[in-house]
Ligand binder design. Sequence first.
Ligand code: 4NP
Length: 155
Amino acid sequence: MTRILMVCLGNICRSPLAEGILKSKLPKDKFIIDSAGTAAYHIDSKPDVRSIAVAKKYGIDITDIRGRQFSRNDFNDFDLIFAMDESNYHNILKIAKTEDEKSKVKLILNEMTPNENLSVPDPYYGGNAGFENVYKLLDQSCNNIVSKLNSKTYS
Ligand code: 4NP
């Protein structure tokens, strides 16, 4: 099993979408995909209705996902941890203890545009167009993640 965690701030907009998109592209018997938020604001909440809607538009159902907060256990439970933005990335690294833990953490848009350290814009305070944009960024990044997993490029 390869275990992959998507992380944003609230775990209701970006990371549930990333979870649903990557799940739709990988076989269930070989991959565990989950998501979490660095903040505790939305524990047990459903994804934002706008994330649910854009996922549905592309044939993906994320209604069963419930918000949870990132914890130190996640460094043991996952092989790869993709942060949605630089703030999440630094907050995760702050609680990493070993080099092995740190090496699991990556900025997801570097899968699409390597080394540019771009962030998935937080769509929470915007309209539906922001969610469409997030979907497209994550879909492309997830396609590249799948290619790298298939060619075993991740160390
Ligand atoms: P997310 O978006 O990190 O993509 O889930 C947000 C959701 C909620 C809040 C901020 C960002 N909030 O402040 O409640």
